[in-house]
Design a protein around this ligand. Structure first.
Ligand code: CTP
Length: 447
């Protein structure tokens, strides 16, 4: 019996796929088709895939050609599969000509003619509505958003709003956008959705007005600084059937998503401790060091680090305590312990103190180590007492990493999903609640 294997994403299954599967089947007696997993596609930069893995598997099965379907989940898997399934022929479309010659060592490699004039990319482009997005704020993070948005289908950055005329105009000129300076509502009329990247204390008002104008909102961290404000905004977004998403970028990146599912599936046993840290020395006259602009290590860095803890340990913590070093009214260093009935956790944050920026998740069977900078997760290791069982996971963290949150935002809008399992409403509210507790304490006691 001659065994043939072929691989693909098979998004929005089209005639090109069907022809390819038919040709591959004709090469032998038994056809195995490898369909990429969702996380594998994201990890290799294929962000815009429309159908999820189950839909794609079903579509491939419905062609009637495969005798067996497997999931492709990691780089290098083809070599494993060819040996495991005793494959005679590896077949793939001619767009890959030469790229898989290295597999000749394991079986025969055949490049089959590709069907002209159709591809999943093409189908995605023609069927996708394009949303106009406006950016509120034109600072450092806003600058990263525009290039990152270009790799995501279905979004076009059209306008920028900043009450500071010079800044709005310079940004608009640089990225070829329409600037708005005075009237926020005129700006809102111009777009379908907004990305809020303005100073912390303006997030609440800008988000509220955008939602009231019927616009979807992606808001930078820290979303808002109080649980009641977060609650109010989510309530309103839900009532209006709008997407409201906190741009906690790490929550959406492939490696971190995989880390959370591994932990939840018990690879390190019961989680007993999570430690997350992030520090960046800030100097000079800057918003981060200004008490009037909600500066400080906690407001600046807590969101991402609390996000990791809450994703892994949940919302129901028992109590939280803080230790800070304060300079000119802002915490230049804060350590917070967030205790749970079943576990403990801490965040260590600095804007005037430097420390290691890693993430360690400790469990009863082993631990996960993510080296600094953990929030740009591209690699982590699961470690055990018996080191021969340790496992390293590598992912790509493409560009500035904002593309993953942008993709989730667009996918929620397009697919009428109003909640993201990657960062739930309740989790955002818990983050805001802990930040609020800290700000109340620091205002009263000057720790
Ligand atoms: N294929 C083909 N003819 C086409 C499109 C794809 O023969 N017009 C083949 C590919 O060469 C590959 C298989 O179908 O062997 C699965 O390809 P996949 O990457 O899933 O499809 P594309 O349409 O190329 O997807 P994308 O546009 O996302 O790259």
């Amino acid at each position: 019996m001659i065994k043939v294997i072929t691989y693909g994403t098979y998004d929005l299954l089209h005639q090109g796929h069907i022809n390819l599967l038919q040709r591959a089947k004709k090469l032998g007696d038994y056809l195995i088709v490898g369909v990429t997993s969702d996380s594998f596609d994201k990890g290799r930069g294929k962000l815009n895939v429309r159908n999820n893995v189950l839909e794609r598997v079903e579509a491939v099965r419905a062609t009637g050609y495969p005798d067996e379907i497997i999931i492709e989940d990691y780089l290098g898997q083809k070599i494993d599969d060819i040996q495991k399934y005793d494959v005679d022929i590896f077949a793939i479309g001619s767009d890959w000509e030469g790229k898989f010659d290295y597999l000749n060592e394991y079986c025969k490699v055949v490049y089959l003619p590709r069907t002209k004039g159709v591809s999943s990319t093409m189908l995605r482009e023609v069927s996708q509505e394009v949303f106009k997005v406006g950016i509120v704020g034109s600072g450092r993070i806003a600058k990263r958003f525009v290039p990152e948005s270009k790799v995501v289908n279905g979004i076009e950055v059209a306008a920028v709003y900043n009450p500071n005329q010079e800044s709005a105009e310079a940004f608009a000129k640089h990225f070829d956008l329409k600037p708005f300076v005075e009237d926020y509502h005129l700006f809102l009329n111009e777009v379908d959705a907004v990305y809020i990247a303005s100073p912390h204390l303006t997030h609440y008002q800008y988000t509220k007005e955008a939602l009231y104008s019927g616009k979807h909102v992606l808001c930078e961290i820290p979303f808002v600084l109080s649980a009641s404000q977060a609650n109010e905004l989510y309530d309103y977004a839900e009532k209006q059937n709008l997407v409201l998403l906190e741009a906690s970028k790490t929550a959406y990146c492939p490696a971190f998503c995989h880390l959370t599912t591994l932990v939840k599936s018990g690879v390190i046993g019961d989680v007993v401790d999570v430690k997350a840290s992030l520090s960046k020395i800030m100097e000079g006259v800057t918003r981060e060091l200004d008490v009037a602009q909600a500066g400080g290590a906690m407001n600046e860095h807590a969101s991402l680090n609390l996000m990791a803890i809450i994703k892994l340990l949940g919302n129901d913590y028992s109590y939280v305590d803080f230790y800070s070093k304060v300079k000119n009214g802002v915490d230049i260093y804060t350590k917070a312990n967030i205790n749970y009935p079943h576990a403990t956790s801490s965040i260590t944050l600095g804007i005037g103190v430097k420390t290691e920026g890693n993430l360690v998740v400790s469990g009863t069977k082993g631990y996960i180590y993510v080296p600094a900078p953990w929030w740009l997760t591209s690699f982590f290791e699961v470690r055990y007492e018996d080191q021969t069982k340790n496992k390293k996971y590598f992912y790509s963290y493409d560009g500035e990493g904002l593309r993953y949150e942008i993709q989730e935002f667009v996918s929620m809008i397009v697919n009428y999903r109003r909640s993201s399992y990657k960062l739930r409403r309740r989790e955002c509210i818990t983050i805001a609640d802990i930040i609020e507790k800290f700000n109340k304490k620091i205002n009263y006691t000057e720790i």
